[in-house]
Ligand binder design. Structure first.
Ligand code: UDX
Length: 434
């Protein structure tokens, strides 16, 4: 099939490349010439394991075309995917849909024959109806359907190839057939093909993210209780997660959830519900609880190092919101590092995805090239992101300080082992053995 992905951000680039890999011809369009030039010379603008190779393979097979020429891309395709950003509006919970509407107007301007328009961007309930209004002049040419994307950063290719479900929302039942054909290579490998109304599909995406954010926030709050009662939160996760009605995934206690979706989509859902005079009080408290968690964990440093942080050497391992991505959006590190520096600590950090522009201007914050360089003279090592290379560090070998302290926000190490090695070890939601 001939597809056009408008927007080569996370969703557009990964799904466009994966669609090409299952045999489609895919135009990936972006107005950012620099990005398109990079892609045409084989450089991916995002960090995603396996993506570079997949782009090269499909580009060389002429199935993947990168261009700024939206007119040509639209006219060469039958299915047009809207994959532009839907950020939160500054100073509010509302979703900024200006990119979605702008690109719908471009589609209207350039289309000369029938097209199926598919929103892959996460959009609030009713956005499909608004897009349809933009198309009203040439109504007969367009069918607007919703096909939300559920892939996770760092695991995006696997998630595309082996999705739990494919959700298609359309008020025109004939269009399900086309979408089933497009996804048939994934359906034949076991993906559930789920069809519903267009609005239903739009809400499913927000509801999924809000529910997962709720699970994480729930276990994070229980972790606080576990710390006070000397219980291991991991036992609680296993104990409740083994009930298939609850399920074991997304019950890992840790820092506040971050990333490009959960913080944005929980807010977007609340504000969309308000438009329909509906109070989503649970989602609201999830948002608030997650905010509180950032400052709770940031301030925990005082329980470990004392009130005065002046000249204390804090080394942070991992600053992205999760491993296998270079994405910094809503990462706890964005609050932690400035707080420690402001309070006089000397902070260094290492991240496998490289140095971050967010910390370049901060006084007393330096980037180190590897774990050893980062941790050699630390008073406190904070494990903030669970990259594989942080999972078996010989702390005694890389830092000779007698009273070295470790704060593990991802529970990567066993407290008993750390105690045996005479390390002062702090983790999340587990008994403190110091
Ligand atoms: C999420 C959704 O999972 C995905 O379906 C959607 O398309 C986009 O948003 P992503 O943001 O890439 O994906 O990462 P995810 O793995 O879901 O993690 C989100 C945040 O939750 C991270 O900060 C992660 O550290 C945290 N998390 C996740 C936990 O703290 N505990 C868990 O058990 C799982």
């Amino acid at each position: 099939m001939k597809l056009c992905m408008i927007g080569t951000g996370y969703v557009g680039l990964v799904s466009g490349t994966c669609f090409a890999d299952i045999g489609n011809q895919v135009y990936c369009v972006d107005k950012d010439k620099n990005k398109i030039d990079k892609l045409n010379s084989g450089i991916s603008p995002i960090y995603e394991p396996g993506l570079d190779e997949l782009i090269k393979k499909n580009y060389n097979a002429n199935r993947l075309i990168f261009t700024t020429d939206i007119k040509k891309a639209i006219n060469s395709s039958d299915l047009i995917f809207i994959c532009v950003g839907t950020p939160t509006k500054k100073g509010s919970l509302k979703v900024d849909l200006s990119f979605v509407y702008k690109c719908s107007k471009e589609i209207l301007k350039h289309s000369t024959k029938k097209k199926i328009i598919i929103t892959k961007s996460t959009v609030p309930v009713g956005t499909g109806d608004e897009i349809e209004k933009i198309f009203k002049k040439k109504k007969k040419l367009f069918n607007v359907i919703s096909n939300p994307e559920f892939l996770r950063e760092g695991e995006a290719i696997r998630d595309f190839r082996y999705p739990d479900r494919i959700v298609i929302g359309s008020d025109n039942k004939n269009k399900f057939k086309t979408m089933r054909k497009l996804y048939s290579p994934l359906i034949s490998k076991g993906a559930k093909f789920f069809t519903t109304s267009r609005k239903g599909a739009e809400l499913i995406k927000y509801a999924s993210n809000a529910f997962l954010a709720t699970k994480i926030t729930f276990i994070n709050e229980l972790a606080n209780l576990c710390e006070k009662t000397n219980i291991n939160v991991e036992d609680i996760s296993l104990g409740i997660g083994s009930d298939t009605r609850i399920g074991s995934r997304f019950l890992r206690a840790g820092p506040a959830y971050g990333g490009s979706c959960f913080p944005k989509d929980t807010k977007g859902l609340v504000s969309a519900a308000e438009k329909y005079k509906t109070n989503l009080s649970i989602v609201k408290s999830v948002i608030n609880s997650n905010h509180r968690r950032v400052s709770l964990l940031t301030k925990r440093v005082h329980q470990i190092l004392g009130k005065n942080l002046k000249n204390k050497k804090i080394s942070i391992l991992g600053v992205t919101f999760k491993p296998n991505t270079d994405d910094m959006r809503d990462s706890t590190s964005l609050k932690m590092i400035p707080y420690y520096c402001k309070n006089g600590a000397k902070v260094s950090y290492y991240d496998p995805s490289g140095e971050k522009k967010e910390f370049k201007q901060i006084k007393n914050c330096t980037y180190k090239k590897n774990i050893k360089e980062n941790c050699v003279d630390a008073d406190l090592i904070i494990l903030l992101t669970e990259w594989d290379e942080f999972k078996s560090i010989d702390f005694k070998k890389i830092n000779k300080k007698k009273n070295l302290k470790i704060f593990d926000l991802r529970n990567l190490y066993a407290p008993e082992e750390m105690k045996k090695n005479k390390l002062q070890y702090y983790s999340v939601g587990r008994p403190n053995l110091n």
